[in-house]
Design a protein around this ligand. Structure first.
Ligand code: ZN
Length: 66
């Protein structure tokens, strides 16, 4: 299902700025959220389904470049 996984992510863009999203994973490697660096919002993934709703998005601080 890895190919499908990648295909799904390719189709998803930020609903606000239409920019690219980055997958956030748990330490166990499970998809956790899709984050938009431009808006600093992370959209949760619930039961493997991305929830692309601004009302569900959580503020997210991009990791500062060291
Ligand atoms: Zn965005």
């Amino acid at each position: 299902m890895t190919a499908l996984d990648h295909r799904l992510i390719d189709l998803l863009v930020c609903p606000l700025c239409k920019g690219p999203l980055q997958m956030q994973r748990t330490p166990g490697g499970q998809p956790r959220a899709l984050s938009c660096a431009a808006d600093r919002l992370a959209f949760p993934i619930r039961d493997g389904i991305p929830v692309m709703l601004e009302s569900e998005a959580q503020p997210f601080e991009p990791t500062p470049a060291a």
